[in-house]
Design a protein around this ligand. Structure first.
Ligand code: TYC
Length: 115
């Protein structure tokens, strides 16, 4: 090198660089993670009691709440049973589906992005 220091680009205004333009501060941008719905689907065969049990163990509902939600799915075809960050929604849905299969019930849930 030539034996003396020069400021690197960006350290000070070089020739023609400082035009006195005000620039907005960059916002500290921490977006909340997108949330995903776990949706439970109705079918004709899974016993109501099993659905209530699943809602209790996978979604922490008490018996009364689980019964209400089970009946909503039964009468309306589907219902949102929880909203979580993506990984948690996917894991809960997969665990529920596996648990239903293990018990020979056709009960299925799926995950959808929130709008
Ligand atoms: N429709 C089922 C029955 O009549 C009960 C049921 C409710 C099944 C909710 C699935 O997600 C479900 N036995």
């Amino acid at each position: 090198m030539s034996g003396h220091w020069r400021a690197q680009d960006g350290d000070d205004p070089g020739l023609g660089e400082d035009r006195g333009v005000a620039v907005a501060e960059a916002k500290p941008k921490l977006k909340k993670p997108p949330m995903y719905k776990v949706i439970l689907l109705n079918d004709d065969y899974t016993p109501m009691e099993f659905v209530v049990h699943v809602l209790e163990i996978f979604f922490g509902m008490n018996r009364e709440k689980a019964t209400q939600v089970m009946l909503a799915v039964h009468t309306q075809g589907s219902a949102v049973v929880g909203i979580f960050p993506r990984d948690i929604a996917e894991t809960k849905s997969e665990q529920l589906n596996q648990y239903a299969q293990d018990n020979q019930h056709p009960l299925v849930s799926r995950v959808e992005m929130t709008d």
